[in-house]
Design a protein around this ligand. Sequence first.
Ligand code: HEM
Length: 418
Amino acid sequence: MLIHFGNVPLLVISCPQVTNDIVKTYNPNFANRLKLKPVDIYLNGGRDILFASYGEDWKNLKSLCMVHLLNNKMVRSFEKLREEEIKVLTKKLEEACSSSSPVYLRKLLLTLTSDIICRITLGRKYNSEEGGTIYKNLEMASSEFFGKFFVGDFFPSLAWIDRISGIEDEMKDVNNKLNGFLDSIVQEHVDAADHEEPSDFVDILLSIQKDQTKRFELDRATTVTLLEWTMTELMRHLECMKKLRDEISSVSAHNSYVTEKEVEKMDCLHCVIKEGLRLHPSGPLLSRIFTEDIQLKGYDIAAGTQVIINAWSIQRNPDIWGHDAEEYKPERHFGSNIDFIGSDPKFIPFGGGRRRCPGIGFAMVLSKLTLANLVKQFNWRVMVGPGVDDDKPDLAEAPGIDVCRKFPLIVFPSLVHA
Ligand code: HEM
């Protein structure tokens, strides 16, 4: 479907056959993303890996990530660190159980993933006095900016509306604060000149490029969003929660902590997460921009046409997934060979082709481990309030680059073995 959105031609693709041509082709003309106002202002024109134009800079960033962070060996090497941080999370939940207090699950999960990612990339955690809170607030602000409509993106002659509305200044301000925070981290590493070996990712970047540090952010919100939606669905489908808990308890019968080795043996857990990725892909609209005139399925498409691949709609299409496509049914994946790593255009929660997500291994191990520990050790009851129908969390979505719940999931945990 081609829409003229203001001055911008926008091609929306909702069928797997065409998606296949776009994401799997080796044509580099399909490997750029569209850059809207927040990328320009908030992400300095898109020099980060997600929005970098396809070319040398992007290739260098991607290879840095793969070599030093996201390959299987590196992901496995963070096992101890994940265990320590998940134990911090379950300790907080135990305290909430003993005081019967409600918890805002997304906030706890964001702290978990922030702390893990800060330890891996920056060498340590940042508490509220040191900038941890500012980092979290800025990250949240950034997902809000990405959900906003900027008039100038589609009607360039009306770009002044964005300027007088104050939103541009707000983004510049948040960007300055974030850069200040990241600069202080880099300075901290430069000052600690006694490191014999690079010990974290910032050290590695500094040792590779002493005077040209590049900004690098790891994606943590998407993993949290997957976990939050999966917990939402499990609390709506208590029979799935029970099945999952039975599997976890039979594979991990001894200690309260579920280990990574045990998690690898859990099929039901895998299907529960897979179904969460299908119904609630955290990046539901994949973006590309054609840099040259091309032919697609017999149509001539002009250079500059922006493309949105609607993964959300493909993953709910009844022709592909059956009449119950809208329902949360992890069992549909038992014995199924449809994978989600980008090779099958029917299921693309991590995108596909050259710009496919490089964090799949990282995200999967952390999501499975966290979910297994949350379900094994705690019962969950949702707090009645906005976003809750019939004692069950609803499925309303918020706008943003990462589509999370509209209303916070506030829950009361209680110990399974009290
Ligand atoms: C459940 C969790 C996650 C989901 C659903 C997810 C999804 C996605 C999607 C849809 C894209 C765009 C792909 C495309 O356009 O074809 C993407 C890109 C990306 N993701 Fe993820 N992601 C997740 C976790 C992570 C994690 C944990 C990391 C890093 C540790 C990460 C790093 C990246 C990067 C660097 C890109 C940009 C790749 C490029 O443009 O070359 N992601 N992700």
